[in-house]
Design a protein around this ligand. Structure first.
Ligand code: B12
Ligand code: SF4
Length: 507
């Protein structure tokens, strides 16, 4: 017998070219919801696009069984959307208990509670804390539960109260994404010649890059599902939905190389291929690449972060420029392999010389693997709880204080400002990124499309080399083509899910 219903909500984030990303399963909600359901609570998961917020708020507020409503947010627009939805639910049903969880509230609990319509923040891993809180509320608990670890709330006097941190789970197999909480077909992404799915096999990362949330959130502790568990889960998805591909959304899938390889081998035996993999560039070796290509991995992603050794050292990346160039040369000997390579420019201490070193390194990487590197040169933005925040604050940076401000805190919007960069510098860095993107030519595109793309890439190379970025026709054309492709893909997904009869359709 269910003891009330917990409604869990994730609003899709605008991603590349502002298109809302709805393909990835709401993993956090499937984990937390699955755990609650296993322990006898009713659970409804709402993974919605922004335009579905009013109807979702109504559905939640009018549920006679409502126990509490939980919202998940990473830093950025999801904070604004979660605030709007929380406000709407509270307006319709003032007594509703609103709980926030996820990376952002975990790292900024006081600020989220200060919005005025958040009753609790669940800090860190959510499953056990959500369960304890549900039991407390189901038992009619009006008092704030000071004995539940992993919570933050305001006490009667409006003072912040934070209970002791909940220890991180050692063995993730106690937790499971419950796919029956959603229409799983919605998340079967068309891939090469079959269907793929995004999956989480581990949490956290042993490294401590100074711009990353991991140190504060996962305390350098890397925890895993067992290989058997992951294989069984994916085998079940294959049996139910015929998946042929999987993309791991782990923070650091390759932290333990032998586990990662064993998993990939076992999946291959099941005819489930991992074609795209994220791994640190310094993990790459000739033997590993040989093994990965044998296993069907067709592209790899890594953050090389910078071409400036000074910056690489200040962000504690753990490798220098020489490693980037050396590993890139190695990747160059796999012509079929695609490389997604991400770097960051505009740290508070960076001079034009540092940025030039990054551009020069990108061009060097292009020479090692011509047309085969898909670059992303992002602008540095301080993220909550990260080790670089004090330096950013000392340089005049301030986090937004109201929910609307977080909508503008979106590095992908291209409108983010940091005080140590002039508008002119920001515009130029965005332009560097847009030109760098032209350097990549998707090998699978038809030849008549590829030929002009090669020409544009060579032109972009020359322009980046000379620093002549005026009249950015090539990047503009490139962005138009990408946006067209993305929107078409989203439309197809939406069409397919409405034909399949999903309850909530993606954008
Ligand atoms: C998939 C993904 C995305 C997806 C969307 C994901 C989503 N949830 O909406 C897309 C591709 C859109 C995306 C985009 C971006 N992302 Co992203 N993304 C991820 C990724 C790889 C997986 C998220 C996930 O499902 N994790 C698994 C779940 C189980 O973990 P979890 O969310 O932490 O949930 C647990 C707890 O937090 C808690 N919890 C979470 N929600 C809730 C809710 C309730 C009610 C409760 C009780 C508990 C709870 O319980 C869960 C289980 O224990 C993470 C890295 C990672 N491995 O986590 C980065 C990550 C979340 N992304 C990040 C960033 C920075 C971005 C971008 C800015 C990156 C960029 N430069 O492109 C953009 C921002 C987009 C925008 N416009 O705002 C950062 C977030 C940092 C921060 N301070 O929030 C992360 C952590 C990566 C990193 N290493 O820095 N991302
Ligand atoms: S940036 Fe990557 S390697 Fe560095 S701490 Fe974060 S997840 Fe780990």
């Amino acid at each position: 017998m269910a003891r009330g219903t917990v409604h869990l909500v994730l609003v899709g984030a605008p991603y590349r070219h502002g298109v809302e990303q709805m393909e990835r399963p709401p993993s956090a909600l499937l984990y937390v919801g699955g755990f609650l359901r296993r322990h006898g609570f009713g659970v409804a998961v709402h993974h919605i696009a922004q335009r579905q917020m009013p109807e979702t708020a109504r559905a939640i507020a009018t549920d006679p069984d409502l126990l509490w409503v939980g919202l998940s947010a990473m830093t950025g627009t999801q904070v604004t959307r979660s605030a709007e939805l929380s406000r709407a639910v509270k307006a319709l049903r003032p007594g509703a208990t609103v709980v926030w969880g996820g990376v952002h509230p975990s790292l900024m609990p006081a600020e989220c509670l200060a919005f005025g319509y958040v009753d609790y923040v669940v800090i860190g891993e959510g499953e056990r804390t959500a369960l304890d809180l549900s039991a407390h509320l189901a038992a009619g608990g009006r008092r704030k539960p000071a004995d539940i670890p992993g919570l933050a709330y305001l006490d009667g006097d409006g003072r912040l109260h934070r209970t002791p941190d909940r220890p991180l789970e050692r063995n993730l197999d106690d937790f499971r994404q419950d796919w029956s909480l959603v229409d799983a077909r919605r998340y079967l992404v068309p891939y090469a010649d079959g269907r793929g799915v995004y999956f989480i096999s581990s949490r956290g990362c042993p490294h401590d890059c100074a711009f990353c949330y991991n140190l504060a959130f996962n305390h350098r502790r890397w925890r895993t599902h067992s290989v058997d568990f992951v294989v069984d889960e994916l085998a079940a998805l294959k049996a139910a939905h015929g998946i042929k591909y999987v993309v791991f959304d782990d923070d650091n899938f390759f932290a333990n190389r032998s586990r990662a390889l064993e998993l990939l081998r076992r999946l291959k035996a099941l005819e489930i291929t991992v074609t795209w993999l994220e791994l640190r560039i310094d993990y790459i070796t000739a033997e590993l690449m040989a093994e990965l290509s044998g296993l069907g991995v067709g592209s790899v992603f890594f953050g090389w972060e910078s071409g400036s050794d000074r910056t690489l050292s200040r962000i504690s990346k753990g490798f220098g420029r020489d490693i980037i160039v050396e590993k890139m040369a190695l990747l160059g000997s796999y012509p079929q392999l695609l490389v997604d390579a991400s770097a960051i420019v505009g740290f508070p201490w960076e001079t034009e010389a540092d940025v030039s070193a990054t551009v020069a390194t990108a061009l060097e990487m292009f020479r090692r693997k011509p047309f085969g590197v898909n670059f992303n040169l992002g602008l540095y933005v301080p993220y909550p709880g990260t080790p670089l925040v004090p330096e950013a604050l000392a340089s005049g940076f301030r986090f937004p204080t109201d929910p609307e401000g977080w909508e503008r805190f979106d590095i992908l919007s291209g409108e983010m400002r940091v005080p140590w960069l002039t508008l002119e510098q920001i515009r130029r860095y965005h332009l560097l990124d847009r030109f760098a993107k032209v350097l990549y030519v998707p090998g699978k595109a038809p030849l008549p499309l590829r030929l002009p793309a090669y020409a544009a890439a060579l032109l972009a190379y020359a322009r980046l080399h000379q620093g002549v970025l005026g009249l950015a026709v090539e990047p503009w054309l490139r962005a138009r083509a990408e946006r067209f492709w993305l929107e078409r893909r989203q439309r197809r997904l939406a069409q397919r899910s409405s034909t399949d009869g999903s309850r909530v359709s993606p954008t």
